[in-house]
Write a protein that binds this ligand. Structure first.
Ligand code: PRX
Length: 636
């Protein structure tokens, strides 16, 4: 848990210019939504294009919500078709830039055409409404277009971040029962090629659910194609008709499944609906990012994460925005790449993660010299606490004190932003994520469900983009999010402090998940990977603060008798984690110990390990089974 070092009392107002030009001038929207929550969401839904209007705005059978029941729509129509008879047709939807400097741009009409053809391609290989399509792709236009193509034909997409290993990919494909996998020959990152097709081959080997693998030619790799199963994406897409009739979907039909880590070793497939999710994505983008027709929006997240789903695909596109999409790493070819891209495309709104901001801060201001960042008007942050030092750097160096910062708190499960500052009407406080957005009722509760100033973040009433469940596991859905207060409120899994002004200060996760570079990783997942190593008896994993990545993974490992705990062993343990989960889950530090500290009931005492890793006193050890373990912890 990130402690209260984040709290800083200083508030910073937005510039006069920003306030004057902002779409939101006062609290009227918050007040109206506070008193008329259902009518507010209904008005938001009316901003979208529906085939048939709903008969009921909300049906709430805790914890199961139905939003806009009876309503029918299609998500791709809302992101594309509805602009085809307007001037937006010729507006740029995407400016794409690859790491090597290759560029593409798509107007809304060009993207529409591409999505239609991909949709027809998917249909031609037997994809039907309700089928699941897995995507394992680099951050290229084909990823965005394929998501929209799935939405167009009513297929449920499940995007798996291209940094995940073959085993993680396989688990997710299996859990989602995906019929088709779309991948690429390779992804380009950090000047190297990640051989995605090879990883995908290993992942789907012997899986009967996968009927076809479509392969995008991204990096000119020699790949082995299975003549029965594999098809080149471009070959299939190119020959398709340019129009595919969109499937008319029920508001509650699932739009996608996205996996996230939890407290057990098995990731949770978070299910999102079509209508409610789209209303949340569309509305929150408009409110938080103060959308203007001439904006050039750049959300640096990968589509493999929820931020990429909501603020690269569905939010900006359903608002007709122009965005920048960048495939590569920020230090390629030099550490000024991000500033170059902002300068080149005249980005107005930058939405990134604290880990990236801290990295830019570490690299230094010299990389900003000579770059014209005057197009920027608003900065955003998401994924983990933005510490005041990084906040000030972002505000001063990048925003030149002209651009306010929206620090947005939300989750894969919430689908869209829940807490944020609205700088035109609220002062910003570095380290603080502001207040619930209009239409959201949140609270900080104690164990008994009493409002307190320091406790658990919870959401009191249903909101349209809330998760509809965990794929195939209703019990886990109820247990994880709804059990704490008898089904009344949603338990977010974070602890927070609410100040006298009603503003939230997020402290961190309360469960056994670690937030590394704004990505949630389950301690159990890493532990399971480590114990698969032949030399390991037992392992415990904790998160420790890290200057750049927010938290870093630290593992305590008990080796089998007779195994030498050499440095080489550490490398091979890191490798097994990269292999089983992906590079993002590699432990930064590994300690070899003779025994793990456990409670009398056999639970690993992670708090104690954390104290020891941080060089602090062990704290209360009364429940520790064997006090001698502490002395033995660092023996090699
Ligand atoms: O702990 C909170 C942290 O990220 C978690 C959600 O992770 P994920 O589902 O991967 O989604 C990340 C992007 C939305 C939360 O439970 N978190 C997210 N945003 C913030 C944050 N912590 C502090 N400040 C934030 N702005």
């Amino acid at each position: 848990m990130v402690s209260s070092f984040l709290v800083e009392s200083q508030s910073v107002p937005a510039s006069q210019k920003y306030v004057q030009e902002s779409n939101i001038k006062n609290y009227a929207l918050h007040e109206y939504a506070g008193k008329n929550r259902i009518a507010f969401w209904e008005a938001c839904a009316e901003q979208l294009s529906w085939n048939k209007k709903w008969h009921t705005v909300l049906e709430w059978n805790s914890p199961f919500a139905k939003w806009f029941d009876g309503g029918k729509l299609n998500a791709s129509v809302n992101c594309l078709d509805r602009f085809m008879n307007t001037p937006l047709k010729d507006k740029v939807a995407l400016y794409f830039e690859g790491e090597r400097g290759d560029q593409q741009s798509y107007t809304y009409e060009q993207l529409y055409l591409k999505v239609n053809k991909i949709a027809n391609a998917l249909k031609s290989i037997g994809v039907k409404k309700g089928d699941c399509v897995a995507l394992y792709l680099p951050m290229i236009p084909e990823a965005i277009a394929s998501m929209l193509a799935c939405a167009r034909i009513g297929a449920v997409h499940t995007v798996i971040f291209a940094g995940f290993s073959s085993e993680s990919l396989r688990d997710r494909v299996l859990d989602a029962n995906a019929k088709i996998l779309i991948t690429a020959d390779g992804g380009i990152r950090k000047g190297k090629i990640t051989e995605l097709k090879k990883i995908a081959d290993k992942a789907v080997e012997g899986l009967t659910c996968i009927e076809k693998v479509l392969v995008v030619d991204r990096s000119n790799q020699n790949v082995t194609m299975d003549s029965d199963r594999d098809v080149w994406f471009e070959d299939l897409v190119e020959k398709q008709e340019p129009y595919c009739k969109p499937e008319v979907m029920e508001a509650e039909d699932p739009l996608f499944i996205l996996y996230t880590s939890g407290t057990t070793g098995k990731p949770k497939g978070i299910v999102h609906s079509t209508g409610g999710y789209l209303v949340g994505a569309n509305t929150s983008t408009k409110i938080v990012f103060d959308v203007k027709p001439k904006d050039i929006f750049w959300c640096t997240a990968d589509v493999g994460w929820i931020t990429g789903h909501t603020y690269v695909v569905y939010g900006p596109l359903s608002n007709g925005m122009t965005q920048v999409v960048y495939e590569g790493s920020f230090d390629q070819p030099g550490k000024d790449r991000i500033w170059d891209i902002i300068d080149k495309y005249k980005v107005t709104t930058l939405y990134t993660a604290p880990t990236a901001i801290r990295l830019f801060m570490k690299w230094g201001e010299k990389y900003l010299e000579g770059k014209d960042l005057s197009s920027l008007r608003l900065l955003g942050s998401v994924g983990e606490p933005l510490n005041p030092e990084a906040w000030h750097w972002y505000h001063t160096q990048v925003g030149q004190k002209r651009c306010p910062i929206v620090d947005t708190w939300w989750q894969t499960e919430t689908g869209s932003i829940i807490l944020s500052t609205i700088p035109s009407i609220m002062d910003m406080k570095p380290g603080c994520v502001g207040k619930p957005l209009p239409g959201i009722e949140a609270e900080v509760f104690d164990d008994l469900g009493n409002p307190v100033s320091k406790g658990y973040v919870s959401i009191l009433s249903p909101w349209p983009s809330m998760l509809r469940g965990i794929h195939g596991d209703n019990r886990r859905f109820i247990q994880t999010y709804w059990n704490k207060w008898g089904g009344r409120y949603y338990l977010a899994g974070d602890s927070a402090f609410k100040d006298e002004n009603g503003d939230y200060w997020i402290e961190g996760r309360i469960d056994d998940t670690i937030n590394v570079s704004a990505h949630r990783i389950g301690t159990m997942e890493v532990e399971s990977a480590l114990v698969e190593h032949e030399a390991v008896v037992e392992a415990a994993v904790i998160g420790i603060p890290d200057k750049v990545t927010g938290q870093a993974i630290c593992a305590f490992v008990v080796l089998k008798d007779g195994v030498a705990s050499a440095e080489m062993m550490k490398d091979s343990l890191k490798e097994i984690v990269a292999d089983k989960i992906g590079k993002i889950a590699k432990p930064k530090a590994i300690f070899f110990v003779q025994e793990l500290p456990k409670t009398r009931s056999g639970k690993i005492m992670r708090r104690l390990l954390k104290n020891i890793a941080l060089g602090q006193k062990p704290g209360d050890t009364t429940t520790l089974e064997n006090e001698a373990v502490i002395q033995g912890l660092f023996q090699k």
